[in-house]
Design a protein around this ligand. Structure first.
Ligand SMILES: [Zn+2]
Length: 145
């Protein structure tokens, strides 16, 4: 998928293109900028569609094909989120990014375990419960000192 072999020999055609780009860089960048200006809506719609397809594939996998919240069964895709079952989302986001980058990481890694689909409400309630649990633990620690 990603070209990582920098030692790869370029073909004559590729070298020609590379040379052409070097001498016409400003012109090509201006063309690209102009194309983006005139096709902005189309480009953004395609990007959204691409991202959404990956998101749906991930949601489908982690809810066993039904695309719904694991707790309450809510199924409006706009409010469904990938939940880190072990509450290690912060670290995971640092390592694997968020949004499309994260969905593609999950796909590339064959959907590792440790994730589930929750609706925004159930995810927020879970976060609030975890926070309350942490506060109780730290209060216990303070009174024990
Ligand atoms: Zn829910």
């Amino acid at each position: 998928m990603y070209q990582t072999d920098k030692t790869k020999q370029l073909t004559a055609k590729q070298l020609q293109r590379k040379e052409y780009y070097k001498t016409h860089r400003a012109e090509r960048l201006a063309q690209r900028k102009e194309y983006y200006k005139t096709h902005r809506a189309e480009i953004l719609a395609q990007a959204k569609e691409y991202s959404n397809a990956h998101r749906l594939a991930v949601l489908r996998h982690y809810s066993n094909g039904k695309i719904e919240c694991a707790v309450c069964g809510f199924s409006d895709k706009r409010a469904l989120q990938i939940d880190h079952i072990n509450n290690d989302g912060n670290m995971d986001r640092r390592l694997h990014g968020s949004g499309l980058q994260f969905y593609m990481w999950l796909e590339r890694n064959h959907y590792p375990a440790g994730y589930q689909v929750l609706c925004a409400n159930c995810n927020a309630i879970k976060a609030a419960k975890n926070l309350a649990r942490k506060r109780v633990k730290s209060e216990v620690r303070i009174t024990n000192d």
